[in-house]
Design a protein around this ligand. Structure first.
Ligand SMILES: C[S@@+](CC[C@H](N)C(=O)[O-])C[C@H]1O[C@@H](n2cnc3c(N)ncnc32)[C@H](O)[C@@H]1O
Length: 338
């Protein structure tokens, strides 16, 4: 017997209870607590008054978050932002606030509640839970669409430096960002390469919000914004076709359809640049493997090993020519027409 519980037991229980922290963080994000602390520490009662919440209960949530470093608490029950908590501010360029509100949104919880359904049937949990896929769900609930797009902007900003270091985009005259969201990746690419032009392609209601992102980066005059469905048409004539966090949203059949459309649109010498995870060996790479579960539950897609990428690209008439790590869990997978 042990005097204290064995570390493996403690660690496993911590995994079991992981959702409780996540939930607390989402509630703090929904209440905008980090923004209320932007000018300095405030007492819990003050925060409760500002958010219209039950003071003793808000205090318990905040002290739990302070115990894991999101906020700090002093002896007078005043809370302040920590280095970690700063990322919850909505005005932070790498704000985690939209991610906290998206992953903690009620529709995501319903989807994750159906993981066992996915495991029994192989079906997408979100479709089972919501009666529609998440893209359609977000079209019907634009407020969730906006939170999703903001989450993608944060992810892009976090990954952009690694992406630009991993691949020389300066060699392309025109880069088409397919499923480019509100343009955060393309803005970074074009800012770094003033002679390159861009095409931003995504769903109509998504590219509608791209203007401010492109203007802030000073690249709007070099971008053609094209709304559309990547299962129908892909804009022609670019030298590079960038697909960032796109193909992992889809199973092989749909992913190959998107790639075939890109292949048909591209000039013979053009490149396809897929930016996604490349799943590592057994017992490693928890980031890609948990992202893979997210794809399973939420969108009905998957992360892929290098062998699986090769198979998928081959099925679309493309040859994988290089794989370069851009960030700890994102690679640039380069392909050309066979
Ligand atoms: C995971 S996000 C990635 C966004 C962006 N590439 C990034 O990394 O920030 C997937 C994108 O695919 C877009 N998308 C989904 N279905 C689409 C379709 N049928 N046609 C065009 N875009 C689509 C979504 O609107 C979303 O912007």
């Amino acid at each position: 017997m042990h005097d204290t519980p064995p570390p493996e037991f403690v660690e496993l229980l911590d995994v079991v209870r992981g959702y409780q922290r996540s939930r607390a963080l989402t509630v703090a994000a929904e209440l905008g607590i980090a923004d209320l602390l932007a000018d300095g520490p405030r007492p819990a009662d003050d925060l409760a008054a500002a958010t219209g919440t039950h003071a003793p209960t808000l205090y318990r949530v905040l002290r739990a978050l302070a115990s894991i470093g999101v906020f700090s608490e002093d002896a007078d029950r005043r809370f302040a932002l920590t280095a970690m908590g700063e990322y919850l501010r909505r005005d932070h360029p790498l704000s985690v606030d939209p991610a906290a509100r998206m992953f903690g949104a009620e529709y995501e919880w319903r989807a994750w509640g159906e993981l066992a359904h996915s495991v029994r049937t192989g079906e997408t949990a979100a479709v089972h839970a919501l009666g529609t896929d998440v893209w359609e769900y977000r079209r019907r609930h634009p407020e969730h669409g906006e939170i999703f797009d903001a989450t993608m902007r944060t992810f892009s900003r976090a990954d952009n430096a690694g992406l630009l270091a991993a691949h020389d985009f300066g060699r392309y005259g025109t880069v088409a960002d397919i499923g480019g969201g509100t343009g955060a990746v393309l803005a970074a690419v074009l800012s770094a390469h003033p002679a390159t032009r861009g095409i931003l392609f995504d769903q109509e209601q998504v590219v509608a919000d791209a203007g401010p992102v492109l203007r802030r980066a000073g690249v709007a005059d070099r971008v053609d914004v094209v709304p559309g469905d990547f299962f129908d048409t892909i804009p022609e004539g670019a030298d590079a076709y960038l697909l960032v966090r796109i193909l992992h949203d889809w199973m092989d059949e749909e992913a190959a359809r998107i790639l075939r459309g890109v292949r048909a649109a591209m000039a013979p010498g053009a490149r396809v640049l897929v930016v996604d995870a490349v799943v590592g060996p057994p017992n490693e790479d928890p980031a890609a493997k948990s992202l893979d579960l997210m794809m399973l539950v939420s969108v009905g897609g998957r992360e892929r090993t290098e062998a699986e990428w090769t198979t998928l690209l081959t099925a679309a008439g493309l040859d994988l020519v290089a794989v370069t790590r851009a960030t700890p869990n994102k690679h640039v997978i380069e392909a050309v027409r066979v």
